[in-house]
Each structure stands twice: as structure tokens, then as C-alpha cells.
Design a protein around this ligand. Structure first.
Ligand SMILES: NC(=O)c1ccc[n+]([C@@H]2O[C@H](COP(=O)([O-])OP(=O)(O)OC[C@H]3O[C@@H](n4cnc5c(N)ncnc54)[C@H](O)[C@@H]3O)[C@@H](O)[C@H]2O)c1
Length: 353
């Protein structure tokens, strides 16, 4: 297969972790006879520095001309620490998702057996946890207008907006995903307080009969935040709106032991995008210590998305072997055991393909 991959490495550890994912994809191409053609483009703070725009038109063009996008992370302390900065890396991320029509972010959370003991939660609690969080990505408060401040600067406001069309398309996706798994769908909302949540709940109930084989239930987000930690094995597919999904998935990441382990796929109308769920981890940038597994596993999701299931599995198996043999970065290394560098982990995984 010939595959055009847009590579948006971004900021902080982005270039390092994306480099390792490419190394593994190259090993897949060599082993299985595929041709992966990469085209790099700037995004985030790197793009602001180069062009003044966190998501330049030229980067959008590269994405649109590609089959899939491999994304690292964006974000830089110089913008995080300047609340008055008019142009921000995150604006690029939001604009990219919106303009590529990436309305759903799929975040699988499966606990690797060999990592269960490294979870900050009790091993018996997390062992066997295996669920997917489907987060709505282009609506809700992150995009709702009006948003801003009053003239005197002492009042700020955001607006949460969802349309029927936005809710239906992501619920269809979540129902279908549940159908392909253990057939259990949990809609997480705050329907006791928020109007948009009530619309989500109403539409989910209307759609339920179209998926009679899927068990549909509802949970308030505050309760879900607790249950994910108390009983993560209770979930199969969770679907929720943008802000709730953003928070819950970071919370869920601790179950797996490290944010550096969790991949994601963003899908929608046009090209699909694959990225780790973590940010640019600026403290680790350039130190060759960041965990590349989340990005490598995003590569596995990329392969599976384009129909290369066998190749995706080869990547997952290679990651498993690295973990089992302790070839891991410091965030998941056992106390007192050697931690490997970002590049050493990437080399090992690539060599296993
Ligand atoms: N999708 C994105 O690009 C994205 C997502 C979240 C945050 N951000 C941005 O990233 C910057 C840093 O934000 P943050 O510190 O809140 O989040 P972060 O995800 O970058 O880091 C939080 C913590 O998670 C751990 N971590 C994250 N990635 C890791 C990895 N690969 N290996 C090992 N440990 C890892 C580290 O302990 C780190 O201190 C900010 O500018 C923020 O806006 C970007």
C-alpha cells in the first residue's frame, strides 16, 4: 500500500516522539512491503514562530492532500504563562480539528497486564480495564460563541452550544463502536443542570431503538469521574461532550500508569488524525526521556484505520514485548530498575517488527 502521511510534530517533545513513531512505521513499511510518504508541516508554537499562525494554510493543505495525519503535541510555556497573548498554539489545534471536520476523538484505555502493578490505583482494581472514551471534538464550550470578557475585564463568559446534527453523528459513531465491542454504551452528561446535556440525553434515548443490541445507560459526569477510578472495568464505551471528555480522559490515563501510554484517533469528514493524548511536556523537551509509546500506539491505530490490521497488531505486540522486557522510559520503569531513553525504546520497538 502507498500511504501519504502528513507529519505535524509540533512543540516540546512532539518532534522526538513523532520521530520514534516514524521509525516504527518505517520498520512496518520495510517488513510488509508498503510505501509511506511523509510530508512534514509546522503547527502550534513552532508554526507561530515560523509564520505567525499556529495552523497556517500551507499546513492545512498538506493535511488535506494526505491520507492520514500523524500529530505530536503543541504548547509552549511562553504562551501558557502569558494569558494576554493574542495568538496561541491551542488555537491552531482547535482550528485544525474544526477545518478537517474531526468531530470525534477515540481514546482507548486498556491496561497492559505488565503495567497493572505500576498504576497508582490498586492492581486488582485496574487489571482487565478496557474501555474507549469517545469525546466530541468540535462543539461545546471550546467553540461556542459568544466568548470573552466584559469591557471592564471583570466578567468573563463562555457559551456551550450543541446542535442535534452534532450530537447524532457522534452518538451513531459511539453506538457502532459499542456494537463492535462488548455492546455497552454509557452517555456521560450533566443533564440535571445543563441544557445541552438534556438534549444529548433526549437524542440518545431516541436513537437507542436503532441499536437494540447495545445496552444504553447514562451517568452524570461527576459520578463518572468517581466510577472511572473506583471501578474502571465497568465501562465499555463512554461517549461525552468536548469539555467533559477532555477532563475524563486525562483522569482515566492514570489507570494505565502514565499519560505517555495513551494513543488516540480523531475521525470525521475528511482525513483522520492520530495523536498521543498528552501534551508537549515541555520539561522533557530535548532530553530524550519522554515516553514514545503513546505516539507509537497512535501509529498502530493509524495502520488499523487504513485497513492494515496485521501491521497494527505487529506494532502492539512489539510494544508489549518492550514493556515485558522492561525496555521502557522513566515514567513507567520499575523503581530501582534501569530506564531507557526515548530513542532506545523506539529502536527496540522498531527492531521487533
Ligand atoms: N493535544 C495537545 O497537543 C495537548 C494536550 C494537552 C496539553 N497540551 C499543551 O502541552 C503543554 C504542557 O501541558 P501539561 O503539562 O498540562 O500536559 P502534558 O501532557 O504535556 O504533561 C503533563 C505530565 O504528564 C506526563 N507526561 C506527558 N507526556 C508524557 C510522555 N510522553 N512521557 C512521559 N510522561 C509524560 C509528565 O509527567 C508531564 O509533566 C501546554 O502548553 C498545554 O497547553 C497540548
Amino acid at each position: 500500500m502507498e500511504l501519504k502521511i502528513a507529519v505535524l510534530a509540533g512543540d516540546g517533545i512532539g518532534p522526538e516522539i513523532v520521530g520514534e513513531a516514524r521509525k516504527v512505521l518505517d520498520a512496518v513499511a520495510a517488513r510488509y512491503g508498503h510505501t509511506f510518504i511523509y510530508k512534514e508541516a509546522p503547527v502550534g508554537a513552532a508554526a507561530i514562530d515560523a509564520t505567525g499562525d499556529p495552523y497556517p494554510a500551507s499546513t492545512h493543505a498538506v493535511c488535506e492532500e494526505s491520507d492520514v495525519v500523524l500529530f505530536g503535541a503543541i504548547g509552549d510555556p511562553k504562551y501558557d504563562n502569558d494569558p494576554k497573548a493574542k495568538v496561541r498554539p491551542e488555537q491552531g489545534l482547535l482550528r485544525m480539528r474544526k477545518s478537517l471536520g474531526l468531530f470525534a476523538n477515540l481514546r482507548p484505555l486498556a491496561v497492559f497486564d505488565s503495567l497493572a502493578e505500576r498504576s497508582p490505583l490498586k492492581t486488582e482494581l485496574v487489571r482487565g480495564a478496557d474501555f474507549v472514551c469517545v469525546r466530541e471534538l468540535t462543539g461545546g464550550m471550546y467553540f461556542g460563541r459568544p466568548q470573552g470578557r466584559s469591557e471592564d475585564g471583570n466578567t468573563a463568559y463562555d457559551t456551550c452550544v450543541y446542535t442535534r446534527e452534532e450530537i447524532e453523528r457522534i452518538l451513531h459513531l459511539a453506538f457502532k463502536l459499542a456494537r463492535s465491542r462488548r455492546k455497552q454504551l454509557t452517555v456521560v452528561d450533566k443533564a440535571n443542570v445543563i441544557a445541552t446535556s438534556r438534549l444529548w440525553r433526549q437524542i440518545a434515548k431516541e436513537m437507542g431503538p436503532q441499536y437494540p443490541d447495545v445496552q444504553l445507560d447514562f451517568m452524570f459526569v461527576d459520578n463518572a469521574a468517581m466510577k472511572i477510578i473506583q471501578c474502571p472495568t465497568a465501562f465499555d464505551v463512554i461517549v461525552t461532550e468536548n469539555l467533559f471528555g477532555d477532563i475524563l480522559t486525562d483522569e482515566a490515563s492514570v489507570i494505565s500508569g502514565s499519560l505517555g501510554m495513551l494513543p488516540s484517533a480523531s475521525v470525521g469528514a475528511k482525513v483522520a488524525l492520530f495523536e498521543p493524548i498528552h501534551g508537549s511536556y515541555p520539561q522533557a523537551a530535548g532530553k530524550n526521556i519522554a515516553n514514545p509509546m503513546a505516539t507509537i500506539l497512535s501509529g498502530a491505530m493509524l495502520l488499523e484505520h487504513v485497513g492494515l490490521a496485521k501491521e497494527g497488531k505487529a506494532v502492539r505486540d512489539a510494544v508489549n514485548r518492550a514493556i515485558e522486557q522492561g525496555i521502557v522510559t522513566e515514567d513507567i520503569a520499575n523503581k530501582g530498575e534501569k530506564a531507557y531513553s526515548t530513542t532506545a525504546v523506539g529502536d527496540f520497538v522498531a527492531a521487533q517488527i
